[in-house]
Ligand binder design. Structure first.
Ligand SMILES: [Zn+2]
Ligand SMILES: [Zn+2]
Length: 376
């Protein structure tokens, strides 16, 4: 009999809103076996909500059921399995939703974010060593992205955690697992934004605001932020955006071209909508780079003027985890946070208990939060 604790289990995607009433996530008494060889038991200290969690609940992205969501979190190592050499009981860690095996062609090439075995395990809802460790009502429950952090504890692969330095609050550490890499990391790594460059950011949610912080850090000369909500734009300006464009009648990109004399060097889609993608695509100058990170619904029909791609000489890129190598980049970004150059704690807008997770999903659906921290 393993450790028993509370976890937020999703048994069926696609429930109607409001989630505070339909309760797609139910707190269940879950038992965990392990940690097995190469795995650690982590007591979750803080887990934040990301739009990807919402896509699990809506069913926009299909996952094996039942599943415990939650892929942006921090915690403290409670127990290490056989063969774990890099971690000890009591170590504070960030959970990382892309395990890096270290030996596949992508990992060997330095592209840990593209680790093949890590992705395969995630898609199966299992840990790297195969299978699930979670049991509820006598039946197995799947892991979300190798983590399942909407819970009091998690058993995860040693390859799914990065140790945290002293002096960083655990609730801030959680943000580095997704929001920081997917936002700031996308601007710094995937985008390669350099001092003096001009940037459009389409979507000022959690990842978009993280991208603004990345653009400020990179020394971008202009940071034009587009959003459909005036309050979001106020936050964006506060975080360092230089220009705010309210997206109200489909003319946002034209407005960006006008403001910047022909478009920015880079544009980032951070909202996960086709509209934001089109705004980004149409906001870069000729020869500019468009990067998409927001995960648009895969069923969205899409048409691209390929001839204009040619004559505009644009580059179009997808960014997964900001092309980050978590073991290399999380410590670097944490050092920048400690120096005050990457104030990601400003993304935290709410703190709540695990029992309030469905209300938090509603808030995220309505775009009324940047990052909401669950303290289980
Ligand atoms: Zn995420
Ligand atoms: Zn690998």
């Amino acid at each position: 009999m393993g450790l028993q604790f509370k976890a937020a289990v999703l048994r069926e995607a696609g429930r109607a809103r409001p989630y505070a009433e339909s309760q797609p996530l139910v707190l269940e008494d879950v038992t965990v076996e392990g940690p097995g060889a190469g795995e650690v038991l982590v007591r979750i200290a803080a887990a934040s909500l990301c739009r990807s969690d919402l896509s699990v609940v809506t069913g926009v992205r299909a996952w094996p059921m039942p599943i415990v969501p939650g892929h942006e979190a921090s915690g403290v190592v409670e127990e290490v399995g056989a063969g774990v050499a890099t971690l000890r009981r009591g170590d504070p860690v960030v959970l990382v939703f892309q395990p890096q095996c270290g030996v596949c062609p992508s990992c060997l090439a330095g592209d840990a974010h593209l680790c093949g075995p890590g992705l395969a395990a995630n898609r199966a809802g299992e840990l790297m060593a195969g299978g699930t460790r979670l049991v509820s009502g006598g039946a197995p429950v799947h892991h979300h992205m190798g983590l399942s952090a909407f819970a009091q504890y998690a058993v995860v692969s040693e390859k799914s955690v990065v140790p945290m330095p002293e002096g960083i609050p655990l609730e801030v550490g959680a943000l580095f697992g997704c929001a920081v890499m997917c936002g700031a990391g996308t601007v710094l790594n995937t985008g390669g934004v350099r001092p003096g460059d001009t940037v459009t950011i389409a979507g000022a949610g959690g990842v978009g605001c993280s991208a603004i912080l990345g653009a400020v850090l990179a020394g971008a000369e202009r940071i034009v932020v587009v959003d459909r909500d005036a309050d979001h734009l106020d936050v964006a300006l506060d975080l360092g955006a230089t220009d705010a464009v309210l997206d109200e009648d489909g003319t946002a990109a034209a407005r960006v071209l006008e403001l910047t004399g022909g478009g920015t060097d880079h544009a980032f889609e951070t909202a996960g909508t086709l509209g934001a993608f089109e705004t980004a695509y149409n906001s870069v100058r000729r020869g500019g780079q468009v990067v998409t990170v927001g995960l648009v619904d895969p069923r969205t029909p899409f048409a691209l003027d390929i001839a204009a791609l040619v004559t505009g000489a644009k580059t179009l890129r997808g960014s997964y985890i900001g092309s980050c190598n978590p073991r290399r980049d999380i410590p670097r970004y944490m050092a920048l946070y400690q120096r005050g150059s990457l104030p990601v704690d400003r993304l935290i807008t709410h703190r709540l208990t695990l029992a309030e997770v469905n209300t938090a999903l509603d808030r995220m659906s309505d775009a009324r939060a940047l990052r909401q921290i669950i303290l289980p």
